[in-house]
Design a protein around this ligand. Structure first.
Ligand code: ADP
Ligand code: MG
Length: 245
C-alpha cells in the first residue's frame, strides 16, 4: 500500500520504503526492499541491467503500484529519465512547465532554464536540441517542480563523456542550491562515487550492499579512497578488474 501526502513535508524523511515487493506476473523482481532517503541526501542506486532499479524508482515516483509493502514519500516528487521525454510539438520553455499549476509559468520556465544554462534555447523545438541540452531541459522540468525528492533514472548514460562531466557538475550545483533528496539510478560506479553520499547495490531483488561515500566534493577519481570504494563496488557488481584473474 502506498501512502502519498503531496505537499506535506516532514523534516525527517524524503522517502521511506518498507518491505517493498514487486511482481510482474509470476515473476518477483523486488523481494522486500527497505530504503530511507533523508531530506537533502544524495543516494545512488547501482545494479546490473534487469536488477530492478527502474522498477524501484517507478514505485517511488508513484508510476507503478507495489505488490506489497509501504512507500512514504511525503513531499513533492520529480523524475528525469534516460530519454529526456520532451513533447516535440511544444517549444522548450512550454515543455518545462507542461502540466504544472503555477501562477506565472513563463517566468518559472525562464528561471529554470537560466539555472541549467539553456536560456538561449527557450524558444527552440525539442528535436533541435543536442543530447546534453535535452537533458538540461529535462532537469529544468524536474527542478521547476521544486521537488523534495528528485528521482533520476540513468539520465546521463546516453551522453558523451565530456558532456557528462559538465552535467555532473551542474547536478551537484543544483543539488547544493535546492537540497532535494536524490535517488540516482546508474550502472556507472564512477558516477555514483563522484556524486552521491551513499551508494546502494541492488541484486536479486534486494539491497545487497550499502556504502557511505564520505569524500569531500569536488571528488577526484585518483583519490586512494575513491579507488578503494570503486574496487569494492565493482566486486559487488561482479566485475573483475582488468589484469587480474
Ligand atoms: P533495471 O532498471 O535494473 O535494468 P528494471 O527495473 O527495468 O531493471 O527491470 C527489472 C526486471 O523486471 C526485468 O527483468 C524486466 O524485464 C522486468 N520488468 C520491468 N518492467 C516490466 C513490466 N512492465 N512488465 C513485465 N516485466 C517487467
Ligand atoms: Mg532501468
Amino acid at each position: 500500500m502506498a501512502t502519498r501526502l503531496p505537499g506535506v513535508v516532514t523534516a525527517d524523511t524524503a522517502a521511506r520504503v518498507r518491505g517493498l515487493v514487486k511482481d510482474f506476473g509470476e515473476r518477483r523482481v523486488l523481494h522486500g526492499i527497505d530504503l530511507d532517503i533523508r531530506p537533502g541526501e544524495f543516494v545512488a542506486l547501482l545494479g546490473r541491467s534487469g536488477s530492478g532499479k527502474s522498477t524501484l524508482l517507478r514505485a517511488l515516483a508513484g508510476l507503478d503500484k507495489a505488490t506489497e509493502g509501504e512507500l512514504t514519500v511525503p513531499g513533492e516528487v520529480a523524475v528525469a529519465f534516460q530519454e529526456p521525454r520532451l513533447v516535440p510539438w511544444k517549444r522548450v520553455a512550454a515543455n518545462i512547465t507542461l502540466g504544472l499549476r503555477q501562477p506565472n509559468p513563463k517566468q518559472a520556465a525562464a528561471d529554470a532554464l537560466a539555472e541549467v544554462g539553456l536560456t538561449e534555447r527557450a524558444d527552440a523545438w525539442p528535436l533541435t536540441l543536442s543530447g546534453g541540452e535535452a537533458q538540461r531541459a529535462s532537469l529544468a522540468r524536474a527542478l521547476v517542480r521544486e521537488p523534495d525528492l528528485l528521482l533520476l533514472d540513468e539520465p546521463f548514460s546516453a551522453l558523451d563523456a565530456l558532456t557528462r562531466i559538465t552535467i555532473h557538475n551542474l547536478v551537484l550545483e543544483l543539488w547544493g542550491k535546492h537540497q532535494p533528496g536524490v535517488l540516482l539510478v546508474t550502472h556507472d560506479v564512477d558516477e555514483a562515487l563522484l556524486l552521491a553520499d551513499r551508494a546502494l547495490v541492488l541484486a536479486d531483488g534486494r539491497i545487497a550492499r550499502e556504502l557511505r561515500i564520505e569524500l569531500p566534493r569536488p571528488r577526484r577519481r585518483d583519490h586512494p579512497e575513491f579507488l578503494a570504494l570503486r574496487a569494492n563496488l565493482l566486486a559487488e557488481l561482479g566485475v573483475t578488474p582488468e589484469g587480474t584473474a
